[in-house]
Design a protein. Structure first.
Length: 354
């Protein structure tokens, strides 16, 4: 074949990961910087499927050039494959979904399928120098598991409470059903306390994480669960390079819809990101608006501008998440008098000029 006579500069296996299936494209960049999509195949998302994927890719690859496996961070479904490839010493990159989504918009692709998604991931990998994936730190991995378990417990308890309320509101309530509903709620209460206790012990046993948690919890509205969720979902911010990337990863970035010069939709948050991060910011933002002058000022200014409280609250969520990253980056606690000090400095400078 012609591609075999050309020197290969880069080889990538792009993988679209689903719960039960891996959709895979093998592509390469030749010496003339041309991209060639060489082969396409699907494999089961199992250990046996992983082994078959490696054999398939090994037969296709050029012996003188390394091959990189690239996939999206799709919940938890990509993790087993990433761990498997890493244990076999392959080059692996796990890319944030918003990066792939933004790249997809630049391509002339009208139909979104698993196949086109895999090809897009492959082309993305061929066109960029990607960082190699690193296994999550054990403490952050366990924190993630505990935070997500607690979140699920809260969701299920809310469902049970709604069922109990509906049962008690009936004309002729069924007492055994009410009893069982209360038992379920008590069970969820106990399990939530167990998870939170386990999380506290886990944090206390790691001195560096404990110190970082103390710094993050200095921010108004940010408690142990919020700080733990942010650290866990970002692997201690190892996935994040700047504040803009963090808000995009959480799906709190602003998305505008425009069509020509006559149609312009209202800006909305993208919601294409980590739902656990978004959810973790909701209640802390409301607390910060009530108790901190900085965030209260942001909220008031935005409500005065467009009159939409929910939109202003989301903006505070975004600012709060950015503040968490700032505290992490500077390793300095939150300064609640920052806004006051800034205003006083401005008055001093103004009087000096006069």
């Amino acid at each position: 074949m012609i591609w075999e006579m050309k020197r290969i500069l880069r080889q990538v296996v792009g993988i679209d990961v689903a719960q039960k299936e891996l959709v895979v494209y093998f592509g390469l960049v030749n010496a003339e910087l041309g991209i060639e999509m060489k082969a396409y195949k699907t494999f089961p998302n199992t250990l046996n499927g992983f082994a078959k994927l490696v054999v398939w890719a090994w037969k296709l690859k050029d012996a003188d050039t390394t091959v990189r496996f690239v996939m999206e961070a799709t919940g938890v479904y990509h993790e087993s494959l990433a761990y498997f490839l890493d244990s076999e010493s392959f080059d692996v990159s796990v890319v944030l979904p918003n990066k792939i989504a933004n790249y997809f918009k630049t391509l002339d692709v009208k139909t979104v399928t698993d196949k086109t998604a895999a090809e897009t991931i492959c082309r993305f990998g061929l066109g960029r120098e990607l960082d190699s994936w690193k296994r999550p730190h054990k403490v952050f991995k366990m924190m993630m598991q505990l935070c997500r378990e607690r979140d699920q417990i809260v969701v299920e308890r809310t469902v049970s409470k709604n069922q109990l309320h509906a049962e008690e509101s009936e004309a002729q309530p069924h007492q055994p059903s009410i009893f069982r509903a209360k038992e379920r709620i008590n069970l969820f209460d106990r399990q939530e306390k167990e998870v939170q206790a386990e999380l506290r012990v886990l944090i206390k046993n790691d001195e560096s994480v404990d110190r970082l948690m103390t710094l993050l919890c200095s921010i108004p509205g940010v408690g142990t669960l919020t700080a733990a969720t942010v650290l866990a979902e970002t692997n201690g911010f190892e996935l994040i390079k700047n504040k803009r990337q963090l808000t995009s990863y959480a799906g709190l970035d602003v998305k505008e819809k425009e069509s020509g010069t006559s149609v312009k939709g209202q800006p909305r948050i993208s919601k294409r990101g980590n739902k656990y991060l978004r959810k973790a910011m909701h209640l802390p933002a409301l607390t910060a608006i009530r108790h901190d002058e900085r965030f209260k000022a942001i909220f008031t200014r935005l409500v005065a501008r467009h009159g939409i409280k929910m939109k202003a609250a989301v903006a505070v969520q975004r600012k709060l998440l950015e503040m968490i990253y700032t505290i992490y980056s500077t390793q300095q606690p939150y300064d609640k008098d920052y806004l006051k000090s800034k205003n006083e400095l401005g008055k001093v400078e103004s009087s000096t000029k006069n």
